[in-house]
Design a protein around this ligand. Sequence first.
Ligand SMILES: [Zn+2]
Length: 56
Amino acid sequence: MAAPAPTPRYTKSTLPTKVCATCGRPFAWRKKWARSWDEVKYCGEKCQRNRPKAAD
Ligand SMILES: [Zn+2]
């Protein structure tokens, strides 16, 4: 009998991904975004700062 294995919430192969709103590149879930993943739109701080301007 196999011991019950802990089931991690995310593994390397099941990490959710999003597409960065600035650079258009896909990026994967990170631990630091565990709380705010739904709100994450950018792959990093750079892109967050360089986000494309909204209609001006
Ligand atoms: Zn980006």
